[in-house]
Write a protein that binds this ligand. Sequence first.
Ligand code: ADP
Ligand code: AMP
Length: 213
Amino acid sequence: MKIIMLGAPGAGKGTQAKLIAEKYSLPHISTGDIFRANIKNQTELGMEAKKYMDEGKLVPDELTVKILLDRVANEDCKNGYVLDGFPRTIPQAEVLTKALGEMNDAIDFAIDVDVPDENIVNRMSGRRACVTCGATYHIVHVPPKKENICDKCGSELILRDDDKPETVLNRLKVYHEQTQPLIDYYTAKGVLRTVDGTKDMNDVFAEIVAILG
Ligand code: ADP
Ligand code: AMP
């Protein structure tokens, strides 16, 4: 099963993608996580991506597409995957459709996690991420057991630089301009399903499981 998570930054794509990946034994592929790992390791790609990410802009398609296509060519993706944060532009979606089409394949579901803009700044300013394992929390909605410490690996939790309110507003603008058109793109392909992302995370997941079967 090949699944794409759509939705505004902070809508809960990563949270739900991790739950889906676990239940259906699929790899969870987050282009944001791949970029952040590269930044942490100070690779050339990481340094280039950081320039855009810090401003709340998208990393150029040329860089992003290559990384994603390399990743889905891995052996662990042969039975499918959950893409979280890719595609984010129509050209990215077209490249993916073409690459899959060449193998007589296609995306099965594009799940739009729908959350109004009003809720997003609160979601993002409360998000805390583990620098080591990538787990995410929310100080109010999904708190770690011990303040600022990751439940899974014991590392410190941080507020991502691009989750500060001024950057979030820019990311939302970029989302509406460049990513939201993907809703029509995948509707036209008959694979779009919308879930109410304002609900509790377990209720959102139940909606998704009802769709995926
Ligand atoms: P995205 O991957 O779409 O950017 P995340 O999954 O990281 O978003 O979620 C953003 C923030 O909102 C995180 O702090 C997460 O813990 C929290 N969150 C996710 N889903 C819900 C939900 N259904 N209700 C409340 N908070 C949520
Ligand atoms: P995320 O972790 O999905 O919120 O992504 C964090 C940041 O990484 C985004 O704001 C972009 O700057 C960059 N990024 C992640 N995925 C993509 C993508 N598919 N295309 C372009 N930029 C991306």
